[in-house]
Design a protein around this ligand. Structure first.
Ligand code: 2HG
Ligand code: ZN
Length: 463
């Protein structure tokens, strides 16, 4: 009699931790999308690079599909296991391995949370500058897999900019050591950058060497209320010209309403359609005066209706919560999400078209939008009306997404700015990438993962 695949895996790797309880399968088989019913084969939790390689080699031999798994905070279904895949959770590989003061790098295992990376950098008087609301739960491996952006991209760029080196296990179980922390390395293809944003389809991050930066200058946080959409980019241009921005984020009155209902503190009286939270360097009185002057000019121009500057760290955190608390405040509604981007110069025209499209196509539906407007990145969260069934709702949203994708295409934008393609957006990849590009992407996938075992069905549809 032949072993069942799992019994065979246990026999080959007796030390490997495997989970198979229904509750565990559900927990590790889903991400924050909550759209698919989790149905993994089992959960493997390797504790070392060697164990990870062994698992992948076994899957390669047995043609068993793998879903690499970090904090599963993804919003595109990239970490969903709904087809009897083996979830390979990196949760036990969560340590800081090495700090190099000369190189200013931190080498970490993939399962470490972003928050723990921030803490580790801070202990050495430095920062790891990529930051966003899921910091306490997301893992650095997942951040790398999606080239995560967040709230400080305007100053520091995306995750990609902060990867000095990667150890990666390919679909055959080989270990690649990519770039080894070098600043200069002009020796052919830089696979490190191919792996960043590859959503677990090319390899599994086994170790990452992160660049660190000097802490930012003292800053101030300001909340602005705006009278209309056109004012958004006017204020952004003005503030970017006058101030050293660390962040420039926007949200609508709908978003604010949900955060306030979930414990957020109202900071501006009155109702306005748009809000901006911005953080900028404020080293001395002159810098603070410049911020005030910029605010007054925006007020005079009619681009800003009201505003408040945080007077303490606690107040700054409360203002930030109005923006960062949006996703959580909507989570129980399981919104349909779009995460789109265009070049900053295309934002005003795109916004106008997008607003007209959403108003026309979602007449009875609450649509909440917000995002990293300073990076040209908008998040659209569509809330299902109670009267509409789940399937009909998804069908309607997918229809609108098709129209949105066409609008994005006309503006040279992207259907996924920072959350990845995963399962949610695979039908729209062609709106952002040409047929020739997709063919080459598939070719690359074939080289890294000849049997197509790494995260099949993600990004391309069928691998
Ligand atoms: C954010 O910017 C995250 O807060 C989540 O990217 C966006 O929930 C969303 O749509
Ligand atoms: Zn975002």
């Amino acid at each position: 009699m032949t072993d069942s695949p799992l019994a065979e895996l246990s026999r080959c790797q007796p030390g490997l931790r495997l989970l198979t309880e229904p509750g565990e399968l559900e927990h590790y088989g889903r991400d924050w999308t909550r759209r698919w019913t989790p149905d993994p084969l089992a959960i493997a939790l390797p504790a070392s690079v060697e164990e990870l390689q062994e698992v992948v080699r076994w899957c390669h031999r047995q043609r068993i599909s793998i879903v690499p798994s970090g904090g599963r905070t993804g919003l595109s279904g990239g970490a969903v296991a709904a087809n009897r895949e083996l979830v390979v959770s990196l949760e036990r590989m969560n340590r800081v391995l090495h700090f190099n003061a000369v190189d200013r790098t931190l080498t970490v295992q993939p399962g470490i949370t972003l928050h723990a990376v921030h803490e580790a950098a801070r202990e050495h008087g430095l920062i790891y500058p990529v930051d966003f609301a899921a910091r306490g739960s997301c893992s650095i491996g997942g951040n790398i897999a999606t080239n995560a952006g967040g709230i400080r991209v305007i100053r520091y760029g995306n995750t990609r900019e902060w990867i000095a080196g990667l150890k990666v296990v390919t679909g055959q179980g080989d270990l690649l050591e990519l770039n080894r922390g070098l600043i200069k390395n002009s020796s052919g293809y830089d696979f490190r950058h191919l792996l960043v944003g590859s959503e677990g389809t090319l390899g599994i991050v086994a170790e990452a060497t992160l660049k660190l930066a000097a802490p930012p200058l003292p800053s101030q946080v300001m909340l602005l209320a705006l009278p209309d959409m056109d004012a958004l980019m006017q204020v952004f241009s003005l503030f970017r010209e006058r101030l050293q921005l660390q962040a420039f984020e926007f949200f609508t009155d709908h978003a604010l309403k949900h955060v306030l209902q979930h414990g957020g503190q109202r900071a501006i009286d009155g109702d306005y359609p748009y809000y901006v939270v911005t953080e900028f360097d404020a080293v001395d009185e002159a810098a603070q005066d410049a911020a005030l002057a910029a605010f007054e000019q925006a007020l005079e121009q009619g681009w800003v209706s009201d505003g408040v500057i945080a007077q303490s760290d606690a107040q700054a955190a409360a203002l930030w919560h109005l923006r960062e608390g949006i996703t959580e405040s909507l989570a129980s509604r399981r919104p349909y999400k779009n995460d789109v981007s265009v070049r900053i110069s295309a934002v005003p025209e795109f916004l106008r078209e997008m607003q007209a499209l959403l108003t026309r196509e979602y007449p009875q539906v609450e649509v909440v939008w917000f995002g990293h407007i300073g990076d040209g990145n908008l998040h659209i969260n569509v809330l299902r009306p109670e009267a509409l069934g789940e399937d009909a709702f998804i069908a309607q949203c997918e229809h609108v997404t098709k129209l949105l994708a066409a609008t994005l295409q006309r503006h040279g934008g992207s259907i996924s700015a920072e959350h990845g393609i995963g399962l949610v957006k695979r039908a729209y990849l062609e709106s952002t990438r040409s047929a020739a590009e997709i063919l080459m992407m598939r070719g690359v996938k074939q080289v890294f993962d000849p049997h197509g075992i790494l995260n099949p069905g993600k990004m391309f549809g069928s691998n």
